[in-house]
Design a binder for this molecule. Structure first.
Ligand code: PEP
Length: 229
């Protein structure tokens, strides 16, 4: 299983360092085949040593240049970061990234050999129309994306389940992941209010190969409840 922690706009450089020290001390009992990823805020990126991978929540598809407020390859290379989240619904919906922007970012970081955790997900309005509408929407989020890229992981995150405490049902996750697996034969993560109380049933679902976690990743205790479940 993959366990990916997305801190979003939470934690500081100082608290991230403490978090990682605490996490690392307790990761020795995790299963060897399990992989842990941490996506701290940009100001907390650094070269941390341990049994986990540090990735960036975002970057601009450029080595360096005049892109106020963004970071590029040069800033990531300083900390040997070569893992990136692309397509998160908060970047698409709040920060206005179009599918074209997302695809451009994907192509650039693919060229650089980055491991890409690529997020897709539907609104509640689409979910209520049924699985065909959901799949049509999810497939549209692969437009311009090379789904055969070797360092490609997909995170299915229904928008209505992100940060809401409302998790998709086992049936909904099963049906969606099975349908996704037929078109993208890559590791599939589920994201959306994953926590200690639901990790068992989610991790047991066939074709769920990991979880992307926001809220429950912010404290080491709650994240470790998932990693060590
Ligand atoms: C996320 O934003 O990737 C996420 C899954 O958040 P949460 O776990 O808080 O729903």
């Amino acid at each position: 299983m993959i366990y990916a922690a997305n801190f979003k706009t939470n934690h500081t450089r100082y608290t991230t360092k403490n978090y990682i020290q605490d996490l690392q001390a307790k990761l020795s009992t995790k299963k060897a085949e399990d992989k842990v990823y941490i996506f701290p805020p940009l100001t907390a990126l650094d070269t941390f040593e341990g049994d986990f991978t540090i990735g960036t929540q975002n970057a601009y598809p450029v080595k360096n240049g005049a892109f106020t407020g963004e970071i590029g390859l040069e800033q990531l290379a300083e900390f040997n970061i070569n893992t990136i989240l692309i397509g998160h619904s908060e970047r698409r919906d709040i920060l206005g990234e179009s599918q074209q922007d997302v695809a451009k970012k994907f192509s650039f970081f693919k060229e650089q050999g980055f491991e890409i955790i690529y997020c897709i997900g539907e609104s509640l309005e689409i979910r209520e129309q049924g699985i065909n509408a959901v799949m049509e929407h999810l497939l549209s989020q692969f437009e311009g994306i090379d789904t055969n890229y070797e360092n490609f992981v997909v995170a299915y995150e229904p928008i209505w389940a992100i940060g809401t405490g409302r998790t998709a049902s086992v049936e909904e996750i099963t049906e969606t992941h099975n349908a996704l697996k037929k078109v993208v034969n890559k590791p599939l993560l589920y994201g959306g209010s994953v926590k200690g109380q639901n990790i068992e049933e989610i991790a047991r679902i066939k074709n769920v190969e990991g979880v992307l976690v926001g809220g429950a990743s912010l404290k080491t205790e709650t994240f470790l409840e998932l990693v060590l479940h």
